[in-house]
Design a protein around this ligand. Structure first.
Ligand code: GTP
Ligand code: MG
Length: 204
């Protein structure tokens, strides 16, 4: 897919105030600092469309970006950042779960996990929550440039095994490196396919 335009639309603390849900939407979620905003910039071929930081807790709002005047990309706050107050964490948790459960035009939630780490309970619990609520999702292993091929394959294999302990089938799996610009084609192809399927459904 060609990205001909991508621009920031609005930030919100509440899903009710997000843009009218009349275009297909894809969102990015995962632990704080996993690379959500960087991945959005990589996909859009822009350096500073979504704000990134080496410190966790940068994105604290629901950020909508309009792409090709046809669909939305959404940068969400990270979960699991320990260094904010309990009150703030609860607020973020509610913002994220309300968004995920209520956003009727959400086509796929991309859940990002750091390719260097073993499966973390917080991520597995989040995936369970998505499963229980039938939210469509895909898994993206980020920062693949930070581990070698052997480690990467081992970590992904571990993840597969762990998921298959509680899931009957695996979600779509992707790998990405924002730094090395890897994974862009695969992710955009996946989005394209979903958008195509949607438009053929509308025509049926
Ligand atoms: P929050 O908004 O705080 O939840 O973080 P985020 O998930 O949006 O992460 P962000 O994109 O801000 O990136 C966090 C840090 O990781 C930044 O220093 C990025 O440069 C770095 N980073 C992101 N993606 C990659 C990657 O693929 N490879 C490497 N080496 N670093 C990355
Ligand atoms: Mg961010």
């Amino acid at each position: 897919m060609e990205i001909s335009s991508a621009s920031f639309v609005i930030s919100n603390t509440n899903v009710e105030n997000c843009p009218k849900a009349d275009l297909p939407e894809f969102a990015f979620i995962g632990r704080s600092n996993v690379g959500k905003s960087s991945l959005i910039n990589m996909l859009m071929h822009q350096k500073n469309l979504a704000k990134t930081s080496s410190k966790p807790g940068k994105t604290l709002l629901i950020n909508h970006f309009l792409v090709n005047n046809a669909w939305y990309l959404v940068d969400l706050p990270g979960y699991g950042y320990a260094k904010v107050s309990l009150k703030q964490r609860e607020k973020l948790h509610r913002m994220i779960s309300d968004y995920v459960l209520k956003r009727s035009n959400l086509q796929c939630l991309f859940v990002l996990v750091d390719a260097r780490h073993q499966p973390q309970d917080i991520d597995l619990e989040f995936l369970e929550f998505l499963g229980e609520n039938q939210v469509p999702f895909a898994l993206v292993f980020t920062k693949t440039d930070k581990c070698n091929k052997t480690e990467l394959n081992l970590n992904i294999e571990n993840y597969r095994k762990r998921l298959l302990e509680s899931w009957e089938s695996l979600p779509p799996l992707f790998m990405s490196s924002a730094g090395k610009k890897q994974g862009r084609t695969e992710l955009l192809d996946y989005l394209t396919q979903i958008l195509k399927d949607l438009s053929s459904q509308v025509l049926e």
